[in-house]
Design a protein around this ligand. Structure first.
Ligand SMILES: O=c1ccn([C@@H]2O[C@H](COP(=O)(O)O)[C@@H](O)[C@H]2O)c(=O)[nH]1
Length: 279
């Protein structure tokens, strides 16, 4: 099954375009769990396992951000690997690694995330050039999400600058990705931030059939209503991520995992009300 088919199947079976971001910080994990697990790697694994358990009916995808696992060294990587086993196989796993390097190094990243961990997709940083994407490009069962218009304010520094007569570097990247897609079997998607709605149109217009990974809803304050308008003519499948806004929704309450589930359900419903065309 190719990546887009798997993504569509996952959106259909969950009736959702929500992606739950797994960014576990030991100190922010509910106190009840911290009391039970003194080892940070065990703690983040158990926390993420329960988040997945509580949200899997509301989400089509999970996005572990590898930074939060590698910060714990080898035990953190083991926690990452164990976590992959508890994510249902009919859900998409996007490794948020933002990799990008010369070919022989990039092929090791590909080996790690596509071959070793069997992730469905990875995020890539294209700023070292389009050739850095090549090692990931010939597997139709996989997807990549390339940073085109990031959600942080620093996206103004490069990605939103005018470039080669285009409105922005992000627009140019999108155009180039669209050309690349015509000669590659891996699905090329883009990361576009929900916080950058005023700059999003040219980026989407240059590659309207690309699947999208959209961070910026929740803790970063992006608006779903504005996002819906911006996606009006886009034909690729958007997956909308929220990390902190969901996983820490339970605070230190005893019933934190129920509150996490409720938050994911609420966000899914809000997304469905206005992005009904995708589900
Ligand atoms: O442009 C980007 C690209 C990636 N991210 C990542 O998404 C999540 C967002 O977390 P929230 O807690 O929902 O703000 C996080 O892993 C980022 O590294 C992004 O925010 N913006």
């Amino acid at each position: 099954m190719n990546y887009t088919e798997k993504l569509k199947r996952s959106v259909k079976s969950s009736n959702s375009i929500l992606c739950v971001g797994l960014d576990p910080v030991p100190e922010n994990i509910p106190q009840t769990l911290r009391n039970q697990y003194k080892d940070d790697a065990e703690l983040i694994f158990e926390f993420c396992r329960r988040v997945v358990e509580s949200t899997k009916v509301h989400a089509c995808a999970f996005k572990p951000n590898v930074a939060f696992f590698e910060a714990l060294g080898v035990p953190g990587w083991e926690a990452f690997e164990k976590l992959l086993d508890v994510i249902p196989s009919n859900r998409i796993v996007i490794a948020d690694a933002k990799r990008g390097d010369i070919g022989n190094t990039a092929s090791m990243y590909k080996r790690t995330y596509f071959d070793r961990y069997q992730n469905d997709a990875i995020t890539l940083n294209p700023l070292m050039g389009l050739d850095t994407l090549d090692p990931f490009m010939n597997d139709s069962s996989k997807g990549v999400y390339v940073l085109a218009l990031t959600s942080n304010s620093g996206s103004a520094d490069f990605l939103q600058r005018r470039f080669q007569g285009r409105l922005s570097l992000g627009e140019y990247i999108s155009e180039e990705l669209s050309k690349k897609q015509s000669v590659c079997s891996t699905h090329i998607g883009m990361v576009v931030g929900a916080t950058q709605i005023e700059s999003i149109a040219p980026v989407l217009n240059a590659f309207p059939q690309s699947n999208l990974l959209i961070p910026g809803i929740g803790a970063q304050g992006g608006s779903i209503v504005e996002l819906d308008k911006a996606l009006d003519r886009h034909t690729g499948i958007p997956v909308v991520n929220s990390s902190r806004g969901i996983i820490y929704a339970g605070g230190d309450e005893e019933n934190w995992s129920e509150l996490v589930s409720e938050k994911a359900s609420e966000l899914k419903e809000n997304l469905n009300r206005i992005t009904v065309r995708y589900v």
